[in-house]
Design a binder for this molecule. Structure first.
Ligand SMILES: *[C@@H]1O[C@H](CO)[C@@H](O)[C@H](O)[C@H]1NC(C)=O
Ligand SMILES: *[C@@H]1O[C@H](CO)[C@@H](O)[C@H](O)[C@H]1NC(C)=O
Ligand SMILES: *[C@@H]1O[C@H](CO)[C@@H](O)[C@H](O)[C@H]1NC(C)=O
Ligand SMILES: *[C@@H]1O[C@H](CO)[C@@H](O)[C@H](O)[C@H]1NC(C)=O
Length: 494
């Protein structure tokens, strides 16, 4: 019996080496499986390239582990593995090298590897999406080889995946055997189609690593599908500019893109918002002094009302590489606004203004200008909508590209609409006011401004007793209230 089995094995191995398929009874099948497990080495569909200085790369062969050291792999250092997404042209996107170079030059002592799965990514989207598990297994296998041969702790691994690459990174985490989890996974605009609404095991999810963060930049629906996934998939999910679309990516920028990228300009426009996630991440590594802060919020409209600039209980965090890795049970959705170019950071301020005993039906458009110890904001228009009667406090978000420093004073200007002014003049002409000129007034109660980055709130008071009254088309200046000395020990949330 044993002899027969051994013979069978030999025969099978022979046939397998010949590349022939054997169809037989169940017993033979079982033997074949055993042989495959013992004899067949793991065949990776993906190629791993390690980057040394500059753009030089070296292909890693997980089966020949000496290639790791000859490629410059240093097992004392963390490893970052970058995984690209679906490929239309079968070429690596230019952001890949840009991200690699940024990481290599700005982070010392780090191993940077890319997962090249172009052969599987350069197919129809559904086929490429199906291959994400396979590529995830390839990465898990690479990490397991590192564990076995270098005692490399997987918590020193950071996977960064773009689009489909984000889900691949998630699968890598879930295929990893053993109790230890990958340290961090960053999903850069994780792909939406075929993943949105799926169970956590079928997409990137917080279970896939010790810490998972995601940046959502293109979740706007087109033809019922969105390119990026809308739902939260991480411990911290960032939604820059609401996450659905990005500034500077409108079609009218196509001319800019064509002059910059030539014929790829159109493609560049299409990918602009999706790829913004990558550039936001690069920005976070490059511009250390301009870290973008994001705030937990229920949605974009609440954020734009300025009610979410709170940092207590980890309600805010830094977007990108330098995120604070605080784990929490549930996914947190964080919002921020950004510029359209690098550096992307905007400084968020919450502006609160109370109107006292107003008449009904006024929706004044105001211009605010803030002056701080470092900079001035310039004129920022706000439109007060809704009922401003009855001492109601209105809140607005102001996002500026400069840090103003400690706020010193602010100027309010009530833009009288042309209609208002004309009407007012007519009214004045028709009705005699008994010599004393009266004008429409807005009576302002409390004004305060809170800076998101420092969490400092400043209250403003009128300079004179009369100064709470804002007239149409006139500036009114409000200064720091007397009882408020600038606080020196500002709380930093970086
Ligand atoms: C890796 O290096 C080879 C040869 O130097 C080059 O042809 C190839 O484009 C490089 N690949 C990447 C992803 O940089
Ligand atoms: C590996 O990196 C460490 C610093 O993290 C360095 O001290 C050491 O010399 C490096 N080893 C090799 C072989 O380059
Ligand atoms: C504004 O508020 C007043 C008093 O609170 C109320 O009588 C009035 O109907 C409100 N108007 C609108 C347009 O909501
Ligand atoms: C608004 O506040 C003033 C002063 O605090 C108070 O006298 C007035 O009754 C308030 N009006 C309303 C509608 O609450």
């Amino acid at each position: 019996m044993t002899v027969v089995k051994i013979l069978c094995c030999l025969l099978l191995t022979y046939h397998l080496n010949e590349g022939k398929q054997i169809k037989g009874n169940r017993a033979v099948d079982r033997v074949q499986r055993v042989v495959l497990r013992v004899k067949e080495p793991y065949v990776s569909s993906s190629v791993f390239r390690m980057f040394s200085e500059g753009e030089d790369n070296c292909t890693l062969d997980p089966l020949q582990l000496h290639t790791l050291t000859s490629c410059g792999f240093n097992s004392s250092n963390p490893i970052i593995i970058i995984t690209h997404g679906w490929s239309i042209d079968g070429m690596l996107d230019s952001w890949v090298l840009r991200l690699v170079t940024t990481l290599k030059t700005n982070l010392i002592d780090v191993n940077v590897v890319i997962t090249d799965w172009l052969s599987l990514a350069h197919t129809h989207y559904p086929t490429a999406a199906q291959s994400t598990r396979t590529v995830g297994k390839d990465i898990a296998h690479l990490l397991q080889s590192l564990q076995v041969h270098y005692q490399y702790p997987v918590r020193k691994v950071h996977l960064i995946g773009y689009s489909l690459g984000a889900h691949i990174s998630g699968f890598a985490g879930s295929y990893l055997e053993g109790s230890e989890k990958i340290g961090r996974i960053t999903g850069l605009d994780p792909a939406g189609p075929l993943f949105e609404g799926m169970s956590p095991t079928d997409r990137l999810s917080p279970d896939d690593a010790e810490f998972v963060d995601a940046i959502h930049t293109f979740t706007q629906k087109r033809l019922g599908l969105s390119v990026g996934i809308k739902q939260a998939v991480a411990h911290y999910d960032f939604y820059p500019n609401g996450g659905d679309f990005q500034p500077g990516c409108d079609l009218h920028n196509i001319y800019d893109h064509i002059s910059q990228y030539g014929l790829h300009g159109f493609q560049q426009t299409v990918k602009c918002a999706h790829e913004r996630s990558v550039h936001l991440f690069i920005d976070s590594v490059l511009n250390k002094d301009k870290q973008s802060m994001a705030y937990r919020c229920s949605g974009k409209s609440a954020f734009d009302q300025g009610v979410c600039l709170d940092c207590r209980k980890n309600r805010c965090n830094t977007l990108g590489y330098n995120i604070k890795k605080v784990r929490s049970g549930t996914s947190k959705r964080l919002y921020l606004n950004t510029r359209s170019r690098m550096p992307y950071k905007l400084y968020h301020y919450q502006f609160r203004i109370q109107f006292v005993n107003q008449m009904e039906g006024i929706e004044p458009s105001l211009t605010i200008s803030l002056t701080g110890t470092k900079e001035e904001s310039g004129d920022v228009p706000i439109i007060v909508t809704g009922n401003i009667s009855g001492n109601k406090t209105h809140t607005f978000l102001i996002a500026l590209d400069r840090d103003l420093g400690d706020l010193m004073f602010l100027k309010l200007h009530w833009e009288g609409s042309a209609l208002w002014k004309n009407m007012w003049n007519r009214v004045q002409n028709v009705i005699a006011w008994g010599g004393r000129e009266r004008k429409p007034l807005l009576t302002v109660g409390k004004i305060s401004v809170k800076a998101g980055d420092t969490q400092e709130r400043t209250s403003f008071c009128a300079m004179t007793n009369d100064g709470q009254h804002v007239e149409v088309s006139k500036d009114e200046v409000f200064v720091r209230c007397k009882d408020e000395a600038p606080r020196r020990n500002r709380r930093k949330h970086i």
